[in-house]
Every structure is written in C-alpha cells, then in structure tokens.
Design a protein around this ligand. Structure first.
Ligand SMILES: Cc1cc2nc3c(=O)[nH]c(=O)nc-3n(C[C@H](O)[C@H](O)[C@H](O)COP(=O)(O)OP(=O)(O)OC[C@H]3O[C@@H](n4cnc5c(N)ncnc54)[C@H](O)[C@@H]3O)c2cc1C
Length: 376
C-alpha cells in the first residue's frame, strides 16, 4: 500500500489539505483528527449525520460480534474498542457533550434449549480466540438482570462490550471537528474530480460505491425505539442480545428511558418499515424481557449499512490513486470502528506510511475498482 498525502499544509490559500466526503461518524472523526494535526480540512455532505448512524444502536461489541471466519475483522474491532474509553473521554472534554457512553457490559442469552445451543457454539469460538466471555448459570444471569424472563435458559457476559449513543456521538464529532478548524461544506459530491484538495478521503458510507466503484452495497436494518413509562430508566442496565426462538435480537438500554430494539439484516436498499419486521423484533424483545410490553413504541426506522463482500471495512488508497483514500464499508461496525479508523487514516494522511493494521482492509483486495477512472 502506498500513499502520497501531504505531510504539511500545502500553503495554497484556497485549497484544502484534506477533503472528507461524508459527515457520518467516520468522516467527522477523520476530519477531527486531521484538523487537530494542523491540516486544513473540508467536509462535504448535504445532510451530515443522516446515514446509517442516524438509526444505529451504538453497541461497541467486538466480542459478541466475533463471528466464524472473520478473524481479521475481529482483531480490528478489538483494537478499536480498546481505544474507546480514551476516545470518549477526549471527545467529551473537547466538546463538553454527553455521549451516552456506558460500560456495564453485554449479556448474551439464549431463550430456548436450541437458542442456547446455537449461542454456546459461538461463545466457544469467541473463547478460543481468547476473548473475554464468561458463561453464567440461569441464577447468575437473573441476579445480574432480574428483568430477564424466567424462560431464558442461559447466558454469558461479555464485560468489555460497551455502548454509546450515536445520536449524541455524531453531533459531538461535528463540534470537535469544527472547533479544530474543519469546515463543513453543505452539498453532495457528484464526482471526485469536483473536489479540490491534496488528499480526498471518501467516507460516504453507501455513497462510496458511486464515487469510487468500490463494492459497497446497502444492507438494510430495521430498528425500533421503545420508551419506559414516564421516561424512567429501563429496569435493565446491560446491553442484552441473543436468540429468542431462533430470532436474533438486541436490546440497548439508555439512561433517558430509551431502549433500542434491533435489527433486521436485509439485502435491500429501501428504508421502508414492514409490519412483519416490527412484529418479529417486538416478539423476540418481549420474550427476553417481558416488561418491554408495557413500554411505549416511539419510533420505527430503517437504515442502510455500508456492507462489503467480506463484511470488513475498506481502508486506504484506491489502486493507482494514492491521493484518494477510502474509509468506508464499515457495515455493522462503523460506530465501534470510529476511533481506530480515524487514527489510522489521519496517520496515513500525515505520514504517508500505512499502519500494518490496515493491511487486511485495503481496497486492492477487491481488485481494481469497476470504473477505471470514474472521476475523469
Ligand atoms: C439498524 C442499524 C444498527 C446499527 N448498529 C450498530 C451498532 O450497534 N454498532 C456499530 O458499530 N455500528 C452499527 N451500525 C452500523 C453503523 O451505523 C455504520 O457502520 C456507520 O454509520 C458507518 O459510518 P459512515 O460514516 O461510514 O457512514 P454513514 O453513517 O452512513 O454516513 C455517511 C454520510 O455520507 C454522506 N454521503 C453519502 N454520499 C455522499 C456524497 N456523494 N457526497 C457527500 N456526502 C455523502 C451521507 O449524507 C451521510 O451523512 C448499525 C447500522 C444500522 C443500519
């Protein structure tokens, strides 16, 4: 992998050193990190924060999301999650904003014997990787979370899987980027050739495909937001995720009374909400935590995850274009991967030297992009 970014500002008064296309969590965090290093940064987006992050649950789950066949991705997730405490503290300090960052950990559960057998296969794999997963007996599980249904057969604790509220995170990242000197430019980028900068970073989520020809596709996720009666805090503190009669579901409690219930995974590009998805998600949620039936249903929504053929992000220079860096394809993991992506891309921009952590994620793994030179 090679890069030819400027290591110092260009000195050209009208030209940005770095233009970031996309003001989601990834683009804004990169802009923040680059601007904080003294580079002149512009961020281009017609609707900042309107992509997948607008509906995302905000689980920081390298352990619960360590799936078979994704070892390299898991390594990056673990590396990024390890940066989260410092990242959250720094962002909170710079902006004074609350992020809803919580560290109670995640309970992974199985409702039926079949659900538990399925979950245990995955926990065994996660433990084999050396990840912190502690199986719990049903009594231990309910001691930790009395709100769990008595029918829940068993579970395990992933203490290092935390959460943040993306609806607080993204505005905070915007504030941090702007305070560091980045300039938000409202408007969509139609062609990379229209961007005038030393380095262009494409962090446009699903929009990256049209700009670069990279294989980023929308993966639809429907999600619900419930609210505890009277706005009280939910009766459970951990993120709870697992299987209920074969249905995969997660429940993310927030201090303000919100519980995010998610999410479908569909190979579709519309953002319609279907009655069937709401029914399945609610049924699974209530089977795991019965009191949720008493909560208000305050929002149903769908978002489009920027998926890739191997579920891993695409990070680094486009083949033959050292001045165009991709930072996209974060699929289900863009919130947890925000700190590591921002640091690695900002390092690449300022030093021109790619961190070895980037190696498995470079754009070349998919061959040349489909259009030889789509920006000309
Ligand atoms: C239902 C659901 C639940 C999720 N839960 C989690 C979770 O718990 N944990 C987690 O880590 N991740 C989660 N994700 C994934 C996460 O939301 C994404 O990976 C993340 O938002 C990707 O960030 P991004 O900045 O790359 O893209 P996005 O958040 O999609 O933002 C892209 C931005 O680029 C802009 N843009 C697009 N095209 C252009 C263009 N041509 N010019 C200018 N701007 C453009 C858009 O307007 C948008 O603001 C979830 C996603 C969904 C849908």
């Amino acid at each position: 992998m090679s890069a030819r970014p400027p290591s110092t500002p260009t000195g050209d008064a009208g030209r940005a050193d770095v233009a970031v296309v996309g003001a989601g969590p990834i683009g804004l965090a990169i802009a923040w990190r680059c601007a904080a290093r003294g580079l002149r940064v512009t961020v281009h987006d017609p609707a900042p924060g309107s992509g997948a992050s607008a509906v995302a649950a905000g689980m920081l789950s390298p352990v619960a999301e360590a799936y078979f066949g994704e070892r390299e991705l898991t390594g990056l997730l673990v590396a990024s999650a390890a940066r989260w405490p410092e990242f959250a503290a720094e962002l909170g300090e710079v902006t004074g904003a609350a992020l809803g960052y919580r560290t109670e950990g995640t309970l992974m559960v199985g409702l039926t014997a079949d659900d538990l057998a399925e979950a245990r296969r995955l926990w065994a794999y996660q433990q084999e990787l050396g990840l912190p997963v502690t199986p719990l007996r049903p009594t231990e599980l309910r001691d930790r979370e009395p709100a769990l249904a008595p029918r829940v057969r068993g579970g395990a604790l992933a203490p290092t899987d935390h959460q943040v509220d993306p609806r607080l995170l993204v505005p905070a990242l915007r504030t941090a980027a702007e305070r560091a000197g980045a300039v938000l430019v409202p408007g969509a980028v139609r062609r990379l050739a229209d961007v005038d900068a030393g380095v262009t970073v494409v962090a446009a989520g699903c929009g990256a495909a049209a700009l670069t020809g990279l294989p980023v596709r929308p993966v639809k996720g429907q999600v619900l937001r419930l609210r505890a009666p009277g706005g009280a805090a939910p009766d459970f503190r951990h993120v709870i995720r697992g299987y209920a009669d074969g249905e995969s579901v997660y429940l993310v409690p927030r201090h303000g009374g919100e519980v995010v219930v998610g999410a479908t995974v569909e190979e579709r590009r519309d953002t319609d909400v279907s009655a069937g998805a709401v029914l399945r998600l609610l049924r699974a949620a209530v089977e795991l935590v019965p009191e949720l039936a008493e909560y208000d249903l305050v929002e149903t929504a769908a978002g489009l995850r920027p998926g890739t053929p191997d579920n891993a992000p695409i990070l680094g220079p486009l083949p033959g274009r050292p001045d165009v860096l991709a930072a996209t394809g974060h699929h289900r993991h863009g919130i947890v991967l925000t700190p590591v992506t921002a640091d690695l891309i900002a390092d690449l921009v300022t030093t021109g030297v790619p961190d070895p952590l980037l190696d498995p994620f470079r754009p070349e793994r998919f061959g040349r992009t489909t259009e030889e030179d789509p920006w000309n």
